[in-house]
Design a protein around this ligand. Structure first.
Ligand SMILES: Cc1ncc(COP(=O)(O)O)c(C=O)c1O
Length: 381
């Protein structure tokens, strides 16, 4: 993170808020960390975390791939210059039109986790490469994804058989340990489980080569050094693949979203109103749950500071932080400690590069944060 330039942009009084300030060089550096920590892995950036075209172009220019979930993301990936071989789809639910378009674009492979999806793919994208999403333990992740997607080992074997019978090409396995996963062992245990299914699949005559370790890589190392690093997760995963996966999986995919872009962004908002209700002090901001801070509604704790030259001299107060809309669910944090804050002051949310603008809508007419990119010093290729 180029903190000097980031601070200059955040302090600039001409900056209109809400603004999402993105540091592409930080993403470039983080991409390098992934590549160095997993030399035999391939990064397929999870576009859903931030579909900004410059980010996608950067990943493609670096030789990485894109993981997409929808037709709009396919179009964006192609616009960013990705070839079909540089695209995979790990969304277990796909529309017929999306499947047809992915096949026409030569997308490398798509995920399955239900027999209905296998039938649908066989009908609308015959012969396609498919990988099966395994349900794995999401304990220890801040935003668990378990329950909605994934199958057991036995079901995975049946899906491999069904896919082969219907003319598809089963190529391997994927999983997701949950977003912002704080337990390295989740990856190790998931890889061990994949190893058992992989062996059983080979015994049934399947030839697998693809192992997708999903996302889950956490962000936030600037303010919490206990968060596991990319390097620690990759090292443990490489060891686990060596120990448990037959032939050590020729194609290993990493699908970071938050872990690649989360720390690159800061969301700058203004305080536009204050109130005292039942003894609580409320600060109303020009961004909230609908326009940039949706993850706080899902339980993700925001990390926020007051941007003011005299912040250290102000007395500490406890606040409820709310967005500007008329919806009562538009509350971002309760009982948060901040220096005394006035209308017109700026607050800055850290780790805002992922899952901020992607969720944002102009509900009640309050605008989606404008993206401001830090000036670029290097070419990403
Ligand atoms: C299939 C899939 N892959 C990757 C990701 C990216 O996850 P993260 O942002 O935790 O890295 C997600 C996020 O929901 C996902 O659903």
């Amino acid at each position: 993170m180029n903190t000097v330039r980031m601070d200059a942009v955040i302090r600039d009084t001409a900056l209109n808020t809400p603004a999402l300030v993105l540091d592409l060089e930080n993403i470039n550096d983080t991409y390098t960390r992934f590549v160095e920590a997993f030399p035999n892995g391939q990064v397929f950036y999870a576009v859903k975390s931030n579909a900004n075209l410059d980010i996608m172009r950067l990943v493609v220019a670096r030789g990485g791939g894109l993981e997409i979930a929808s037709l709009a993301e396919l179009d964006a990936a192609l616009t960013a210059g990705a070839s079909g071989a540089q695209i995979i789809c790990s969304n277990p639910i796909k529309t017929p039109r999306f499947l047809q378009r992915m096949q026409a674009a030569d997308v490398y492979a798509v995920v399955v986790d239900s027999p209905w999806e296998v039938e649908k793919i066989a009908q609308y994208a015959p012969g396609m490469h498919v990988y099966v999403r395994l349900a794995v333990d999401n304990t220890g992740s801040v935003l668990p994804l378990a329950g909605k997607f994934g199958v057991s080992g036995n079901e995975a074997l049946h899906l491999f058989d069904q896919a082969r019978d219907l003319g598809l090409v089963p190529i391997g396995l994927s999983f997701h340990v949950g977003s912002q996963c704080l337990r390295v062992n989740n990856w190790v245990n998931a890889i061990r489980a994949c190893g058992e299914i992989w062996q059983a699949a080979e015994a049934r005559g399947h030839q697998l080569h693809f192992l997708d370790l999903g996302g889950g890589f956490p962000a936030g190392h600037y303010h919490d050094t206990n968060i596991p690093t990319i390097e620690a997760i990759c090292e443990a995963s490489r060891d686990a693949i060596y120990d448990f996966i037959p032939h050590h999986a020729p194609m290993i995919v990493l699908e970071p979203g938050r872990g690649l872009v989360g720390e690159s962004g800061r969301l700058v908002v203004s305080v536009v109103g204050k109130a005292r209700r039942n003894g609580d002090e409320w600060l109303y901001m020009d961004a909230g749950v609908f326009n940039g801070l949706m993850e706080t509604y899902e339980g993700f704790p925001p990390v926020v500071y007051l941007q003011a030259d005299d912040a250290e001299d102000r007395p500490m107060r406890q606040y409820t932080l709310a967005g500007p809309s008329c919806d009562s669910c538009d509350v971002v944090a309760r009982k948060i400690e901040l220096p005394e804050t006035h209308i017109g002051d700026r607050l800055v949310f850290l780790d805002a590069g992922a899952y901020t603008n992607e969720y944002a809508v102009a509900f009640n007419g309050f605008p989606v944060p404008a993206v401001v990119k830090l000036e670029r010093e290097v070419a990403f290729a």
